[in-house]
Design a binder for this molecule. Sequence first.
Ligand SMILES: NC(=O)c1ccc[n+]([C@@H]2O[C@H](COP(=O)([O-])OP(=O)(O)OC[C@H]3O[C@@H](n4cnc5c(N)ncnc54)[C@H](OP(=O)(O)O)[C@@H]3O)[C@@H](O)[C@H]2O)c1
Length: 267
Amino acid sequence: MKIGVIGAGVIGKTLARKFSAAGHNVTLADARGVESIQALANWARVKAVEVVDVAQDVDVIVVSIPFGNIPDLVKTLEGKVADRVVIVETTNFWPNRDAKVEAVENGMVNSVWVQEQFGRPVVKAFSNIGAYSLAVEGRPKGSKDRIALAVSGDEQRSKEVVLGLVDDAGFDALDAGLLEDSWRQQACSPAYCTDLTLPELIKARASANRETLRDKQELLFSKMQEIGDEYFKIILSGDYPEGFVDHAVDIVREINNLPARKHTTLS
Ligand SMILES: NC(=O)c1ccc[n+]([C@@H]2O[C@H](COP(=O)([O-])OP(=O)(O)OC[C@H]3O[C@@H](n4cnc5c(N)ncnc54)[C@H](OP(=O)(O)O)[C@@H]3O)[C@@H](O)[C@H]2O)c1
């Protein structure tokens, strides 16, 4: 497939590299422009393009930018995304990072808001795994303890395409139903960044409590700050010291009263 990835951050660049390695024809675009992402594009073995060109002649676009920047992107892409193109979005709303959005404050599901901005169906995926696990924990289909990711969307045809891309990236894919229910894997729910297998993910989504999500986000953010800048630097570097991934996963497990992850050898 032809895939345009928008956002060359820790999630976008990793997805671009994985999709390319799986045999897709991938382009990568970022607000910084082609020149400044050329080295990243070389690393990912994809072609760097400008954001205004990324939707040209593609089957799928993957939007991996901060939640609060979605309206700007929608303006940039206006009239440029053909109706048949599947839009995947990886965002999570973070109150400490993103400007207040009244609809979200009033309880709108994060991805439903994103869908409203685009004015057409989107698929939420790759949003419930940390950048570190996305980078190092992919396994071939059928591997023991393969991590599962939730895929939500209102249009089944688009969702099927994305379920396949999750598998290509090295993870089991769960059809998690409609976008309206995707709050169950929103930031700091038990299904978020806790690296669960498929049966565990199904249980975790079922156990989610919408009322507690915001408090848990504050708790997680304060725990990350306690660790200090080093934590964020390591996440951005893409170079994870031994034990870092387990530790990062266990912080989120802890706030959800899930057992610590059993250490498995990284492939
Ligand atoms: N990090 C995680 O572990 C994780 C896990 C799951 C989901 N997510 C979600 O996935 C999204 C991406 O996360 P990330 O950690 O990869 O973010 P990131 O490292 O901050 O990267 C975001 C990238 O998007 C670019 N960007 C911002 N606005 C843009 C626009 N209007 N058009 C094109 N590019 C734009 C940024 O460019 P500039 O640098 O020039 O601003 C940056 O390169 C976020 O919504 C995040 O919440 C993250």
